[in-house]
Write a protein that binds this ligand. Structure first.
Ligand code: SF4
Length: 250
């Protein structure tokens, strides 16, 4: 798959958030090479001017850390998430290090920070993450079955690599969470068993964009996984399997 990459200068990087409990978002990239088939962020394409399909373009905001350094002193304290409409650790981050530099800027302030990614590249930045005063790192893990992951998240890192990243962050003493969203076909008890020892909390969300993925579910005879009652029962099994770990349904 070819990826069209543009280096750009952004006008702003710290944006007000409409997400409950989150005051600001920081997205160092526009577009996301993970190209998840259910992605909620595809609306960003219309602001980018790109004609390529979602997952095949990324704009790199070269001045993101500098902008953040300018905007933070004027912002009221509140939780900041990296990121809301891109993966801050998609593979281009290996080269550009914008998320790393943004975290380095954030470490000089008191803002609570959440990092959410599907990538083990986040473990590269443990040294910077440790310098942030109030930080939590989340891995999105939507299934325990890598065959399912390949169907819905074709360019994202494997399930096993995400488990390993989670363990490694936790071993480094970092506060961690897992976002199980959207709930994809899975063995809920097996998934919870892999995650449970390595998280402080878990967020669970059903598939909210089934119109985008209906054809995929049908092609793989997975339609049961779109039935609300069935998904509800899976979420209940997940909650039961997490025992004492706090779980929250989005
Ligand atoms: S990782 Fe997140 S932002 Fe990127 S394509 Fe997947 S769902 Fe969308």
């Amino acid at each position: 798959m070819s990826l069209v990459v543009r280096e750009i200068q952004a006008k702003s990087i710290l944006s007000r958030s409409g997400i409950e409990g989150i005051s600001y978002t920081v997205n160092p990239y526009t577009g996301c090479s993970h190209g998840c088939r259910y992605c909620y962020a595809t609306f960003m394409k219309k602001y980018s001017g790109h004609t390529e399909p979602w997952g095949q373009f990324v704009d790199v905001k070269l001045n993101a850390p500098v902008l953040l350094g300018r905007q933070l002193p004027r912002a009221q304290n509140g939780t900041i998430i990296l990121s809301s409409v891109t993966d801050p650790y998609q593979h281009l981050e290996g080269k550009y290090k914008l998320t790393r530099e943004c975290l380095s800027v954030l470490s000089k302030y008191e803002f609570p920070v959440e990092v959410l990614t599907k990538s083990p590249l986040v473990t590269r930045d443990v040294d910077v993450i440790e310098k942030c005063k109030h930080i939590e790192v989340g891995l999105t893990i939507t299934t325990d079955d890598d065959r399912v992951r390949r169907i819905f998240e074709p360019q994202a890192p494997s399930v096993e690599k995400r488990f390993a990243a989670l363990r490694s962050l936790r071993d480094a003493g970092i506060r961690t969470y897992v976002f199980i969203g959207p709930v994809l076909p899975m063995r809920p008890e097996a998934l919870a068993k892999q995650i449970r020892p390595h998280v402080d909390r878990v967020l669970i969300d059903a598939m909210n964009y089934s119109s985008k993925t209906l054809a995929i579910y049908r092609a793989h005879s997975l339609e049961d996984w779109l039935k609300p009652a069935y998904v509800h029962s899976v979420i209940e099994r997940l909650r039961d399997s997490f025992n004492a770990v706090p779980t929250e349904i989005c």
